[in-house]
Structure formats: C-alpha cells, structure tokens
Design a binder for this molecule. Structure first.
Ligand SMILES: [Zn+2]
Length: 85
C-alpha cells in the first residue's frame, strides 16, 4: 500500500499596512505574512502547522516576527478598508 505524503512550506499575505519600520525608521508598507508548513496526503492539503507571523518592510526588507493577534488585527483592518466588489 502506497501513501503519497508531503510537507510543503506555505506563505500567505494577510495585509499590507503603512507603519514605521523598527530597522530603517521610515514609514513604509509593511507586508504581514503568515508562513507555515502544510501537510498533503494524496495531493489533498489537510492542514497547516508550525504557523508564524512576520512583518516584512517594503523599504529595507527587514523581517520582524509578530504575534498572531497583531497579524489578525491588521488583516481585519485591511479587509474592512477594501471597497465592496
Ligand atoms: Zn525598513
């Protein structure tokens, strides 16, 4: 019996916020990204684990790890700002 099992990295951009960077001290777009590992079985994605949330500065590329609460708060604010389709 064969099982096709794989774990692949997964990245998803949650929001883009204009905030002051801790590294370059410029107010620039900060990309909030959720990264983790996703388990695939028979080419079907089952679940994502080992999630972490990072904020990447568009000006200097500095990456800062942020809390899940902070990332989801920025995601919620970004989705509320988008105009309805
Ligand atoms: Zn920066």
């Amino acid at each position: 019996m064969f099982f096709f099992v794989g774990v692949f990295p997964r990245e998803r951009e949650l929001a883009v916020a204009s905030l002051r960077c801790d590294h370059c001290h410029e107010e620039a777009a900060q990309h909030v990204v959720e990264s983790g590992s996703r388990l695939w079985v028979f080419f079907v994605p089952l679940f994502t684990f080992a999630r972490r949330y990072v904020m990447v500065c568009a000006n200097c590329g500095w990456t800062t790890e942020v809390s899940r609460e902070f990332a989801t708060r920025l995601e919620r604010a970004a989705t509320q700002e988008r105009p309805p389709r």
